[in-house]
Ligand binder design. Sequence first.
Ligand code: PLP
Length: 430
Amino acid sequence: MQPYSFDLEFAKEQDRQDPLRHYRDAFHFPKIKGKQALYFCGNSLGLQPKSTRDAVLHELDQWSELAVEGHFEGALPWMHYHKFLQPQTAHIAGALPEEVVVMNTLTTNLHLLMVSFYRPTRKRYKIIMEAGAFPSDQYALETQARYHGLNPDDAIVEVAPRPGEETLRTEDILAAIETHGLQTALVLFGGVNYYTGQYYDLKAITDAGHKAGAYVGFDLAHAAGNLPLHLHDWGADFAVWCSYKYLNSGPGGPGGVFVHERHGNNPDLPRFAGWWGHDENSRFLMRKGFHPMPGAAGWQLSNAQILSFAAHKASLDIFAEAGMPNLREKSLKLTGYLEFVLQRSIEQGQNLRIITPADPAQRGCQLSVRTGANGRRLFDYLAANAVLCDWREDNLSGEPGGVIRISPTPLYNGFEEVYELGRLLEGFSQ
Ligand SMILES: *Cc1c(COP(=O)(O)O)cnc(C)c1O
């Protein structure tokens, strides 16, 4: 592609050449004071696909017209609803259809999978994770350690950036796994760190964890729908993610789960079971004795939350059509343009610093920008100009300022919006 240029015509031409540009029309954009927002918040809550409303209404109609028979009738009988999400979910995760299932929500699923894959012994009890992980993950791991009678300060090893650095070095992650290897029961990492936007080398982490004799699981909340994933080939033991961020499935949308096929048919793995994970051929015999469904489906507890699953399906169908490799191709260009636009405003004197790695292989669509003391004022200025991005206080260093996260998503954002953001930055006086 030609070098970037800060120029409206350039941005418009990039949008014209974008083979995915028509997907933008498939989404509802919020308005702020009558003006369509520049929406860069897909890392927090993805926009609503226009197809979602009909998908949900369809299930409400099924319920009103068929009532209990809706479990068995119609195009998408509720009884089998999780199966209608499996092919698209497998595409998102880079998995075999049997290795994935949609159920519950993210943190719940993390706990459920840790029941199976975090089984500390006296010698092997540690969990290796990234420092500064999303708080829900920190709380989940802390309480899992306590649940097993362990002291979290001893059981949880956090890999932190080196002094003066913002992100992790892969070599430091791998070294930590090697150092604690014999004592490590589980390596549990994010895919993309929610704060810095750093995308970890999940294959290298998986290999190192397995070499140490540990299980390896990932929280892909900020990676699913953001980057093409290859969980099956990487060989991870399990993964969990949510669907309301890049996957555009609406607030509180259902969670996704991956369990590698080498574990999927092992009934000896301990798990907390429910009737929906029981063999579907005998589920309604209502007999004693749990026999899991093969694959990830065997971890299900309850029957599907049809209304939120319907919204999830409407969105997943768009991803399956657009294709993660195509989305990534556009994402590399679009986030590259955002980086170019931000660097330009930094050169012009804005007190900003991009903390997301400059290497495109180590990031998805999000760029995190550390601000100076005037950061909150900048954020408020952008908000007043109908830019939706998000603000995080710098709660680690205690210094004034914070981090603004900007996430142009390849499905519904375009170059012109990034250009407009750059124009607004030009108009901000320190
Ligand atoms: C968004 C996010 C969560 C949220 O968990 P829920 O159970 O869906 O509320 C958890 N972990 C990470 C890493 C996240 O980014």
